[in-house]
Ligand binder design. Structure first.
Ligand code: SF4
Length: 476
């Protein structure tokens, strides 16, 4: 130990250890510090990110830490949120299996899949391994593979029972497969600006294959004579075409709060632990979704008895966790006895995509309902109260989505509502009138955010949120 800095380092480590020992031994504390929280705290104590310049070297450093954060996040999800010893064992056994991040220098030869090359162009492109039946792949019926010859032991669900998968005939599946393979090959072939070099090998009869209309026997062979490749001058590799940012209501909100934090979470994919509150909220959403779907499927109010509700709940909440959820269940029942009785459920957990020239927004609407002939959008919150501007922005995002959705072109949404499951009875339902001016301003705000993201504008925005921000170790 040399100076105050070292002393401070050990003091912080010691304090962290004391805190964890106390918290983690408290069985009743449901929102204890998680492994990811510890990870970020350690990053802050280590004080290793002393840079303002986000050049490729620093970005790579940050991306590698992001990979670690994702590994811990998965460990929390599957194993434990508080078992540090097991996490160390996990790292010990898996170290080296994780791939480190890679930042491509665009002036180097780049090796990538065709999928990754979409939208890019290069002076010279090599496509390797073109061989009949292997690339493009030959058609195989996946279902046959799963249930026929190569039966898997874990009994996957046949596609026909998965509502979201279209049931196709064998011919349709085959046609779709070859269409997709042709499309991928076309993307690969069209990445080359000046020279395209294809590699394949001869069949047993000494002939080169014909793949998707490309007869290799008609194409000049390089063999050992490389002089047939025309000389080309490569001055500068053109800049990568900016990808259209894919946003969500949450990412727009995050950008507005702090663009730099948005960059860390949404561009570098850093993870934070799901809090116990979020987990409980997700379960409430699942229960409500199941009830709403039952309602759409004509499980009418007459049959929606306490018993039915319990069946739905029992299906979702594990036996040993029931006690924890007693309050949530009470809140859900209250909803079923009040607002739910007044509405006709039109859609539950309705997914949407808003596609514009310079941004895409994806999301899911908790509930679309009809009440007294009026169409409304509702969001559930497992909370006592909400920030009015935030919830309005969320609901206006949904409103925009419905205005652009052909299924709702002829409908006029008149109500935007939020239902607060935990609020006292008279404050559970908040309804907002639709204000066209607010909608226009909000749209402009989205365009602005998308433009900034397209231009890589991510300033740090210091605020009170910094005190609780996991990424303060990068900002300082
Ligand atoms: S510490 Fe503050 S400025 Fe830095 S990312 Fe977090 S919220 Fe943004």
């Amino acid at each position: 130990m040399d100076d105050e800095h070292d002393l401070n380092f050990f003091k912080r480590l010691y304090d962290l250890r004391q805190k964890l020992e106390k918290e983690w031994s408290d069985k009743d504390n449901k929102d204890k510090t998680t492994l990811l929280d510890v990870f970020y705290e350690l990053m802050s104590i280590l004080d290793n990110f002393d840079f303002d310049d986000f050049d490729d070297g620093n970005k790579e450093k940050l991306l590698n830490v992001s990979i670690l954060s994702n590994t811990i996040y998965k460990f929390e999800d599957v194993v434990s949120r508080h078992d540090l010893k097991r996490l160390f064992w996990f790292f010990y056994h898996n170290l080296g299996k994780q791939s480190s991040s890679q930042i491509n220098n665009r002036n180097e030869v780049q090796i990538m899949t065709i999928h990754k090359s979409k939208g890019l162009e290069f002076p010279v492109v090599f496509i390797a391994g073109l061989k009949e039946k292997s690339f493009p792949r030959d058609f195989k019926d996946e279902e046959f593979e799963l249930y026929g010859l190569y039966k898997t032991p874990n009994f996957p669900i046949p596609y026909k029972y998965l509502g979201y998968k279209d049931v196709l005939t064998l011919e349709e599946k085959e046609e779709q497969h070859y269409y997709e393979e042709r499309r991928v090959l076309y993307v690969g072939l069209t990445r080359a600006k000046d020279v395209l070099i294809l590699s394949t090998y001869e069949n047993k009869d000494g002939r080169l294959p014909e793949i998707d209309g490309i007869d290799f026997n008609q194409i000049k062979r390089i063999e050992d004579d490389y002089s047939i490749i025309p000389p080309i001058q490569i001055d500068k590799i053109p800049d990568e075409e900016a990808e259209t940012p894919v946003l969500s209501y949450t990412s727009i909100r995050d950008y507005e709060k702090c663009p730099f934090r948005y960059y860390i979470v949404h561009q570098l994919s850093y993870k934070e632990s799901d809090t116990f509150k979020i987990k409980k909220g997700n379960i409430s959403h699942k229960i409500l979704d199941k009830i709403h779907i039952n309602s759409i499927d004509n499980l009418t109010d007459e049959t929606l008895t306490d018993e039915t509700i319990h069946e739905v709940i029992d299906d979702i909440i594990p036996e040993n966790d029931k006690e924890l959820y007693q309050n949530e269940i009470k809140n859900i029942k209250k909803y079923l006895d009040t607002f739910y009785r007044e509405v006709e459920v039109v859609k539950s957990e309705f997914p949407f995509t808003i596609k514009k020239d310079n941004y895409i927004i994806n999301g899911q609407i908790d509930l679309i309902y009809r009440r007294n002939g009026v169409l409304g959008i509702l969001d559930f919150k497992n909370k006592y109260a909400v920030n009015e501007e935030e919830i309005k922005n969320q609901l206006y995002t949904y409103l925009l989505a419905l205005k652009l959705n052909p299924e709702f072109y002829n409908e006029n949404v008149k109500e935007l509502a939020v239902y607060l499951l935990k609020a006292p009875e008279d404050g559970k339902l908040l309804i907002f009138d639709i204000d066209e001016e607010y909608l226009n301003n909000f749209q402009n705000k989205i365009v602005n955010v998308a433009q900034n993201i397209n231009n890589n504008v991510y300033p740090k925005k210091k605020s009170n949120d910094c005190d609780n921000c996991s990424f303060s170790f990068i900002c300082k």
